[in-house]
Design a protein around this ligand. Structure first.
Ligand code: GUN
Length: 292
């Protein structure tokens, strides 16, 4: 079993991004600029956005955060997005999800200029991804592809079973793993809460991508010997053991599953760190106009 080390890989790629950001500053007199909008104070979202902003600073990007109370109206949010869309000093704009119930996430996602949609959630970017055209790929799936690439894992011909069909991870990941590309060229099964015989499906996998959001959901009896296991879960539980007061758990029962695998990502220290790298790479690509 080999650990897919998100800490090591993310730090390595961030050094490359920092180099490119320095060259960009030299050439243009400005830094790549990511703007985040955060509504409310959900603990997970607070942590993720703080980490995105901190990592921007680390690689020499400019970052701006606009915070709103949960009482913000949809119209106010759409106005702010329209203003940021027009601002030539902004390369990337993300609105952290989830949003309060009175705000339609579809409207918000479509309001973002697809050329600044570094989360890759806009239907134009998702449509272009389906057709293998240049686009912003959603940050978590992008980070997973970078991780597989970094370890030289050739996924061609493998059976990939994705567990979870979210717009953010499971659905785009299933499309990316099936594309004619490497990583890719897999036969993909996309499973979800209504899948019959889930255990039998997952047992067929050469590569399992677990993105269901449930602690220890993937157990040892679901994993074929030698499988590659990518754990996307970030399940937060209160804990007195850590300084933050929280402990993170993946979707995979790591201790029992890891010995069966050829490669596995830990939580924390795996996919989460790679998500940030995906976002930074998209923001840099937007600044350099390499996609649009
Ligand atoms: N909520 C959970 N993951 C993400 C993400 O990658 N981007 C945004 N905007 N919200 C999220």
């Amino acid at each position: 079993m080999q650990l897919l080390d998100g800490k090591f890989v993310s730090e390595k790629i961030k050094l490359q991004i920092a180099d490119e950001a320095a060259n960009f500053l030299n050439d243009t007199g400005r830094k790549p600029h990511l703007v985040a909008i955060l509504v409310g104070n959900d603990g997970g979202s607070e942590t993720y956005v703080a980490s995105k902003m901190k990592n921007c600073e680390k690689v020499g990007f400019k970052s701006s955060l606009y915070r709103y109370d949960t009482t913000v109206t949809e119209a106010e949010l759409l106005d702010k997005i329209a203003e940021i869309n027009k601002n030539a000093d902004v390369d990337g704009l993300i609105v952290q999800l989830p949003l309060p119930k009175h705000i339609d996430p579809e409207k918000v996602t479509e309001a973002i200029d697809h050329k600044k949609d570094v989360d890759g959630f806009h239907p134009i970017n998702l449509g272009r991804m389906m057709r293998n055209l240049p686009c912003f790929i959603p940050a978590t799936p992008y980070g997973i592809l970078l991780m597989l690439q970094e370890y030289g894992i050739n996924t061609s011909g493998m059976h990939c079973v994705v567990v979870g069909r979210s717009n953010i991870v499971g659905s785009p990941m299933s499309i990316l793993m099936a594309r004619n590309a490497n990583p890719g060229n897999c036969t993909v099964t996309l499973t979800h809460s209504k899948t019959k015989d889930l255990k039998e499906q997952v047992l067929q996998a050469d590569i399992i991508i677990a993105a269901i959001g449930k602690k220890n959901f993937i157990t040892a009896d679901m994993v074929k010997a030698g499988a590659i296991v990518i754990d996307v879960g970030i399940n937060r539980e209160f804990s007195t053991e850590t300084k933050s007061g929280f402990k993170l758990y993946g979707d995979v029962d790591f201790d029992k599953v890891a010995p069966l695998t050829s490669y596995i990502t830990p939580v924390p220290g795996g996919v989460g760190l790679m998500t940030i790298v995906g976002l930074l790479k998209n923001t840099l690509a937007s600044a350099k106009k390499t996609i649009y």
